[in-house]
Design a protein around this ligand. Structure first.
Ligand SMILES: [Zn+2]
Ligand SMILES: [Zn+2]
Length: 63
């Protein structure tokens, strides 16, 4: 399964994110489902919102 690492806002650390089975048909036309969940705590993120995640990561590293 594809996975990516992001800073999880719930775990407050970098975690592996995996894609849950898409139930919304995002991948029906060959596209990629934008939904990812933290493999550790299950927090869901959407890559449409992920533009803000690098800011979160930067803030976490600055702290
Ligand atoms: Zn989807
Ligand atoms: Zn998490």
């Amino acid at each position: 399964m594809d996975s990516r690492q992001w800073a999880c806002p719930t775990c407050e650390e970098e975690r592996d994110f995996v894609q849950p089975p898409c139930i919304d048909g995002h991948s029906g036309d060959g596209g990629e489902c934008p939904e990812w969940i933290c493999a550790d705590c299950g927090t869901a993120v959407v890559t449409g919102d992920a533009a803000v995640l690098p800011v979160v990561v930067a803030a976490a590293r600055a702290a």
